[in-house]
Ligand binder design. Structure first.
Ligand SMILES: *[C@@H]1O[C@H](CO)[C@@H](O)[C@H](O)[C@H]1NC(C)=O
Ligand SMILES: *[C@@H]1O[C@H](CO)[C@@H](O)[C@H](O)[C@H]1NC(C)=O
Length: 124
């Protein structure tokens, strides 16, 4: 009985992973270019956030872009730095938020899925 059930479970699992690998051809998460690794951003300053739009897929499910700040890999998704821009713009100006100083900040660019940029610092 147990053997039979686990065999079914394995089959189902294989079916699901097969589907998830095959389906999202149009997931678009262009790589962030700036701020660059190790860059120091100052609270209150304007920052040009840029990403590489050179190889977009033919069909993009959701072109609405959102930029979220992450510290230590944890996203502050409740307070996006910007949203509502076109993911194909390739850049967006943000104001560096008044957060605690640190060297483990990253930006996450969302279109269809989130994409982490390089690690930078924020200082007062
Ligand atoms: C931001 O950077 C992009 C890419 O270098 C550039 O095309 C754009 O003009 C910049 N925007 C501003 C406001 O400086
Ligand atoms: C598109 O993506 C944005 C995040 O950038 C999200 O807030 C929005 O709900 C998405 N729209 C659809 C139709 O999935």
């Amino acid at each position: 009985m147990f053997m039979k059930l686990s065999a079914v479970a394995v089959t189902l699992l294989a079916a699901f992973t097969g589907v998830s690998h095959a389906a999202p051809l149009d997931v678009y998460a262009p790589p962030l270019l700036t701020p660059t690794a190790g860059e120091v951003l100052i609270v209150g300053n304007q920052q040009n956030v840029t990403w590489d739009t050179s190889r977009p897929p033919q069909h993009i499910t959701n072109r609405t872009g959102t930029l979220v700040l992450a510290k230590g890999g944890i996203q502050d998704y409740k307070n996006p730095l910007a949203t509502g821009f076109d993911i194909l713009d390739g850049w967006h100006i943000i104001t560096v938020p008044n957060v605690q100083e640190g060297d483990d900040y990253q930006l996450v660019l969302f279109g269809d899925s989130g994409n982490y940029g390089p690690k930078f610092s924020i200082r007062y």
